[in-house]
Design a protein around this ligand. Structure first.
Ligand code: JHZ
Length: 410
């Protein structure tokens, strides 16, 4: 099904079919200020499609980058200890394996608040962050991470190269899902990468998303859902080579780190992942067929669970004003009648309201003050970190609910 005849946003083929319709939802990171509660809130169709030609899973609705990532974009990477530790290890691994020193240059695309590059700065290794969101750039510059506040593109790469810059390492974490002009982004990376350099890219793995029915990680900001097969083809079109892959099953619900360079050659790990994607059928439309039905059953089960608890007079809060939380609340229809409020430790989110469903976002300390009977883990990807941090809430009788892969009380 592809009634509008959309072309693949990666390879341009017309062999694209929608396999999931999540209806019209608001933008997941467009938090609502209480003073704007009466103003109309834009909603956009959220259809997900598979391209039979290049295997790329993608959202079809086209929303300008400036609308998806406005100046008050609220996501700051530094609020998770797990992400900070993962990034620190990544940096130390690169310094060791690539022999980086004070004459190297590391460029990070979508460097956010400097959560990762600051580790290189601490080691005296020169960096350049590139990110379009001003508040995050300011935070990064404040911690000593030199950051250019721009969208990365092919044209920006040409400007940087004309200024004499070439990167020994390019890092692009959780950004290649977000780029409407994906081809321009990759050709820019190819130009900016020094001969002999390496690109590392991290993205949620589409296979983990489908297998765990993590439908809430689908939102307009996430245009592309990557696999080894999809990324290998994309890189080849721009003269780059996917050489190696690493899997981090606990990061953002399952993340792949791709190693890419100007040189051909694949590692045994990458060969195994590519073969596995073929044998599992990930590169064929059939793989995605039952997904919509599984999403509908999560919706029915979660509504039942929350409704039953409310009928028993229980109070329920949400944890994590995450983008995925917005998809979950809006698609399932979890309003303030079921979940009263959401807590989040990101101070830039506190005081705002969730998109569409309008639960107020409060500091995490509110859980101990209000002691709700249940906490719905909207940021279920950080379940262990959050539960360890909320030990006192649990000791006082509080319980946690996970929404995916199947709703349940922990
Ligand atoms: P979190 C974001 O998605 C947005 P989101 C983006 N599109 C992307 O690609 C992925 O990340 C990777 C809070 N929190 O990270 C912080 C606590 O309050 O799952 C966040 O607001 N206490 C760029 O928004 C939210 O939860 C904690 O202890 O779905 C988690 O959002 C921890 C660990 C987090 O991503």
């Amino acid at each position: 099904m592809n009634p509008a005849g959309d072309a693949c946003r990666s390879c341009g083929s017309r062999d694209v079919a929608v396999f999931l319709d999540l209806g019209k939802t608001p933008l997941s990171d467009r938090l609502v200020a209480p003073r704007d509660l009466e103003a109309p809130e834009p909603h956009f169709q959220l259809d997900v499609a598979f391209c039979a030609s290049c295997s790329m899973v993608q959202v079809l609705e086209k929303i300008p980058q400036e609308v998806l990532f406005p100046s008050d974009y609220p996501y700051f990477s530094s609020f998770s200890g797990f992400v900070l530790e993962h990034s620190r290890r990544h940096v130390h691994g690169l310094v060791e394996t690539r022999g980086l020193n004070e004459s190297s240059l590391v460029v990070e695309l979508a460097s956010n608040d400097g959560y990762l590059l600051r580790n290189f700065v601490d080691l005296g290794i020169p960096v350049l962050g590139i990110d379009p969101t001003p508040r995050q750039c300011e935070a990064a510059n404040e911690v000593g991470v030199r950051t250019l506040c721009r969208f990365f593109s092919d044209a920006l790469a040409e400007e940087l190269v004309a200024d004499g810059l070439r990167a020994d390492v390019i890092i692009a974490n959780n950004v290649m899902a977000h780029i409407p002009d994906l081809n321009g982004f990759v050709s820019g990376m190819a130009k900016l990468l020094a001969p002999g350099g390496i690109i590392t890219v991290e993205n949620p793995y589409v296979r983990d998303l489908i297998d765990q029915t993590a439908f809430d990680t689908i939102y307009h900001e996430h245009i592309f859902y990557h696999s080894c097969t999809g990324v290998a083809g994309l890189m080849r079109r721009h003269g780059l080579h996917l050489n190696h892959v690493e899997h981090f099953p606990d990061l953002h619900g399952g993340t792949l780190r791709y190693h890419i360079s100007h040189e051909p050659g694949t590692s045994p790990d990458l060969d195994a992942y590519l073969a596995e994607e073929i044998s599992s059928g990930l590169s064929s439309a059939a793989y995605y067929e039952g997904f919509g039905r599984r999403v509908e059953s999560i919706k029915a089960d979660l509504l039942q669970l929350l409704g039953d608890l409310r009928a028993q007079g229980k109070t329920i809060a949400g944890y994590g004003a995450a983008a995925k939380g917005s998809t979950l609340l809006n698609y399932i229809g979890v309003g303030r009648d079921l979940v009263d409020y959401v807590v989040d430790r990101n101070v830039h989110k506190q005081g705002m309201l969730m998109p569409g469903t309008h639960q107020p976002i409060l500091p995490t300390e509110s859980l101990l003050v209000r002691q709700p009977d249940y906490v719905l883990l909207l940021a279920w990807n950080f379940k262990d970190e959050i539960m360890a941090q909320q030990a006192e809430y649990a000791a006082a009788g509080g319980r946690f609910i996970v929404p995916v892969p199947a709703p349940g009380i922990l």
